[in-house]
Design a binder for this molecule. Structure first.
Ligand code: ARG
Length: 586
């Protein structure tokens, strides 16, 4: 056995060497372009011959033949190589190589090594969820949390050290009105029962009592100024608002499997903004305009005239000032190699201006610049394409949405398994319901709007969480029937190489897991992994329909159980990377 299972790069290197060995013209310029092939074409396909031959007026098939003839013998021993169409070269791993892969990748840590990506060994800060305090999280907060957590897990699995940072919106003019309302109408009983609910009520009261131009508004503003100047009473109030908010958020995070390393909200960067004004002015990037400090980007079609306001005309900091300070802190304190901020697409302009500014500022100061990513996503809409609302037209609270997911899943589970004890049905419903919401979001390209449909996300077929979770539970039940533990090395040692078409096809799909995880991690697009898992579950189900697993013949049984065990490992690992919990029974 010669392949090391860095399969695509290995074939790529072999083809380059073959080009030189065969004495091709400009051999050094030949780019093999090796990709994962569609299953019917084998495992990998080299697409680069066509372009290379065309540019040199050569016959691509003849070039492909020359290359294949010059391939190293060890690669030929591991792969069946064929030329297809006008000059594609297809590589199919031989069954004993597939078996070797299955044996080598028997655990999540082994898979992790194979999936190591370009960012392995680096530190990445991921800023996600990041809601505003003193308010409930609503359906609009779902995507950042779900997508952000999946990205963290993907980056971690592919080798990065990840810092999870909840950049809370915990500073701003709204606190003047909230303190105004709080000091007049706070109801201790309501605060004890549901603090955020009460804070929302108090903010509304405060807001309604302080209309523009009113003397009451001046009072609210004065509360804000006192807070900003460190008045002990107002600071203590503000601290309470933050504490109760975080405690309420954590209840949601627990249900979604999220735990932050830091909650460095906007308030944290208050003391860091003076430096931003100074350095941006010093480097000539910022200028005064109508009392405000602004940055223009002359090279940009819009931002040459649309300013990035980094300090407001009244001298106060804003979202831009704190985000600039945040960028510096992440580079300096966390020594970040990469930064990912996950918000909806409506903040695209802000982040484009921010990153343009940071790049110029860091270059001017000779600071080390991390890779900067703004991960955006589309809106959550109902099936009518409109923003998702309750019947009465209010925003849907995230807590209510997750409750409903669990309730709906519970009804389905109860209908299917009325005899299971209630606590077990509840447990299953929790995993399926929450998983359905997470997966519905993660299974589609995040850039699209997300159409929220209970029926679709809870369906037992299609690219859904219930379908994948059911595949997992079904494999567990095979092992229960076999009286064996999945992944038992002694039992697996009896397995022979995959033989039937369904076995080979499933084995081939299994070997693609590291590529799918790496792709999802490097592109910061979890749906690539979702799609892979869905296809894997499909291959598994074809295999299950074609080949009986629990046959008498020991070698056949062992190799089919080996395929079951690896499918299970990959599905469980993959779903875990997307933030889902899995079940052994459903
Ligand atoms: N609090 C903001 C909001 O609710 C999101 C913050 C995103 N992170 C950041 N560094 N700006 O829209």
């Amino acid at each position: 056995m010669h392949v090391t299972f860095q399969l695509a790069p290995e074939i790529e290197a072999a083809l380059r060497a073959a080009a030189a060995a065969a004495g091709l013209a400009d051999a050094a310029d030949f780019k093999p372009d090796v990709r994962t092939a569609e299953a019917r074409h084998g495992d990998f396909q080299a697409n680069g011959v066509l372009g290379y031959a065309k540019a040199r007026k050569l016959n691509p098939r003849a070039v492909a033949e020359q290359l294949v003839a010059a391939l190293p013998a060890d690669l030929r021993a591991d792969c069946d190589v064929t030329i297809a169409g006008p000059g594609f070269i297809n590589f199919s791993l031989k069954p004993d190589v597939l078996l070797a892969w299955l044996r080598q990748f028997a655990t999540a840590p082994a898979l992790r090594t194979a999936a190591a990506a370009a960012h392995a060994g680096q530190t990445w800060v991921v800023d996600y969820s990041s809601p505003n305090t003193a308010k409930q999280m609503h359906v609009g907060h779902l995507r950042s949390a779900v997508i952000g957590e999946a990205i963290c897990r993907l980056l971690e699995f592919t080798g990065a050290k990840v810092v999870r940072d909840n950049h809370l919106g915990d500073w701003g003019t709204q606190f003047g009105k909230l303190i105004y309302g709080y000091k007049r109408w706070a109801d201790p009983a309501a605060l004890a029962a549901d603090a955020i609910e009460e804070l929302e009520r108090l903010y509304k009261l405060g807001h309604n009592a302080t209309p523009d131009g009113s003397p009451e508004l001046d009072v609210a503003r004065a509360e804000l100024v006192k807070l900003q100047q460190g008045d002990p009473e107002n600071v203590a109030l503000w601290q309470t608002f933050s504490d109760v908010s975080l405690a309420a958020f954590q209840k949601i995070y627990d249900r979604l499997g999220i735990r932050f390393d830091h909650n460095l909200g906007e308030s944290f960067y208050n003391g860091h903004v003076e430096r931003i004004y100074r350095e941006l002015t010093e480097t000539g990037l910022a200028q005064e305009s109508e009392g405000a400090l602004v940055v223009f980007h002359p090279e940009h079609p819009r931002f040459k005239t649309q300013p990035f306001i980094v300090r407001k005309a009244d001298g106060a900091s804003n979202y831009a000032s704190t985000d600039l300070a945040t960028a510096a802190y992440r580079a300096e304190h966390f020594k970040a190699d990469g930064v990912v901020v996950v918000t909806d697409f409506r903040q695209a302009d802000h982040f484009e201006q921010l990153y343009l500014t940071v790049r110029k500022w860091f270059a001017a100061k000779n600071y080390r610049l991390p890779e900067l990513h703004h991960v955006t996503f589309g809106a959550v809409t109902g099936e009518d394409g409109k923003a998702l609302k309750t019947r009465s037209g209010d925003v849907i609270r995230l807590k209510a949405l997750l409750d409903e997911a669990e309730d709906r899943a519970f009804a389905i589970v109860t209908e299917k398994n009325p005899d299971l004890p209630e606590n077990e049905r509840r447990e299953i419903a929790r995993t399926v319901g929450i998983g359905a919401v997470q997966y519905a979001d993660l299974s589609q390209n995040r850039s699209s709007n997300y159409v929220f449909s209970w029926d679709k996300m809870l369906a037992l077929d299609g690219n859904t969480a219930p379908y994948l979770l059911y595949a997992v539970a079904r494999i567990h039940s095979i092992f229960r029937k076999a009286g064996a533990a999945p992944g038992d090395a002694a039992a697996e040692s009896a397995a022979t190489a995959p033989e039937t078409a369904a076995e080979i096809s499933l084995a081939r799909k299994l070997t693609k897991f590291p590529d799918a995880v790496r792709l999802a991690g490097e592109s910061l697009r979890p749906h690539f992994l979702g799609l892979y898992l869905y296809e894997l579950a499909g291959e598994y189900s074809s295999f299950n329909n074609a080949d009986k697993v629990l046959v008498d013949e020991p070698a056949v049984r062992a190799r089919r159980l080996l395929l079951c065990a690896r499918t299970l490992l990959l599905l469980e690992t993959g779903l875990g990377l997307l933030g889902l919990r899995t079940l052994t029974r459903m």
